[in-house]
Design a protein around this ligand. Structure first.
Ligand SMILES: [Zn+2]
Length: 306
């Protein structure tokens, strides 16, 4: 029987899962990443966890057909290289897919975390059965992924779907990319924290601000409502461009509930081509597991390719 292994290599945590031929998770490992020790130490951690999961697969009579990897940073999916890590030294141009493939004797594939999140929600989550889907992940930053005609869209340099760096307010706040007024600089978790601090003079985490907004705190509500408006603008542009069947919102803000989704759905028709004003915008269904389940989907898609 065929099995797959998915790896979610995040900035602070690594999650690995062994799945059966249908993608159902049978066993998993999760631990804190050895980020201070550098890339080679993190690879040693991955190898140890993979060795355990390969042993579990063998004991159950399963043959691992491939390994999918979600990487929290820029990658080249065609070569299987990590381009760099924003958090950990030593990942520059590291051929991770080849290292894992040679170490374990099975093929391995690599994608960035936003694309993997899109794959996970498409195969196993809120977007099951769709052929066209737009995924936006709103956490500390903002990432996105496009599924069009039943395929993940990469674009040149694997930059398709990077909605976080779409300019929505010329001359707006400074963004992590060095420009001003990107969606990420106005509607990410970090932006919510900054705007709440400016409005109230108090520092709160994004999670706390969402809870305060849900409880009716006027400053928190105003902050979340402004965020919903910027997200409506960005998502509306994406819908007008790709005309997806469905928009899936993942990351911390995907779990915000009605306090975010009500104003977002109310404002969206102002920013989208009129024929698509009823487009569905739904929260992600897999939560934190979108990464590891998407990595499983990545391995499944490659091995099942005609
Ligand atoms: Zn930017």
């Amino acid at each position: 029987m065929t099995a797959y292994i998915g790896i979610d290599k995040g900035g602070t945590r690594h999650t690995l899962a062994l799945a059966d031929g249908a993608g159902t998770v049978m066993d998993r490992r999760q631990y804190a990443a050895a980020r201070a020790a550098g890339a080679q130490a993190e690879i040693a951690q991955l190898r140890a966890a993979l060795t355990e999961l390969f042993a579990v697969a063998a004991a159950r009579g399963l043959e691992v057909a491939g390994i999918g990897v979600s990487f929290g940073g820029p990658v080249d999916p065609a070569s299987g290289e990590v381009l760099m890590s924003h958090h950990v030294a030593g990942w520059e141009h590291l051929p991770l897919a080849r290292v894992l493939a040679e170490g374990f004797g099975v093929p391995a594939w690599l994608e960035n975390d936003a694309n993997v999140g899109a794959l996970g929600e498409w195969r196993f989550g809120a977007g099951r059965g769709c052929q066209d889907l737009f995924y936006i992940n709103v956490g500390t930053g903002i990432g996105g992924g496009v599924i069009a005609n039943g395929r993940l869209v990469h674009g040149v340099m694997n930059l398709a779907g990077e909605i976080g760096h779409m300019t929505v307010q010329p001359g707006g706040p400074l963004c992590t990319c060095g420009r001003h007024g990107c969606l990420e600089s106005l509607a990410s978790g970090s932006a919510i924290e900054r705007q709440y601090r400016e409005r109230s003079g108090t520092a709160r985490s994004g999670r706390e601000i969402l809870a305060l907004a849900a409880a009716g705190d006027p400053v928190a509500r105003e902050t979340v409502s402004a965020t919903a408006d910027w997200l409506a603008l960005g998502i509306g542009a994406a819908v007008s461009l790709f005309s997806p069947e469905l928009v899936v919102v993942g990351g911390g803000l995907g779990e915000a509930g009605p306090v975010l989704f009500e104003p977002l759905r109310r404002r969206l028709p102002d920013y989208v081509i009129p024929q698509r004003r009823e487009v569905r915008v739904v929260p992600a269904a897999l939560g934190y597991d979108a990464g590891v389940r998407g990595a499983i989907a990545l391995a499944m898609d490659h091995t099942a390719a005609p």
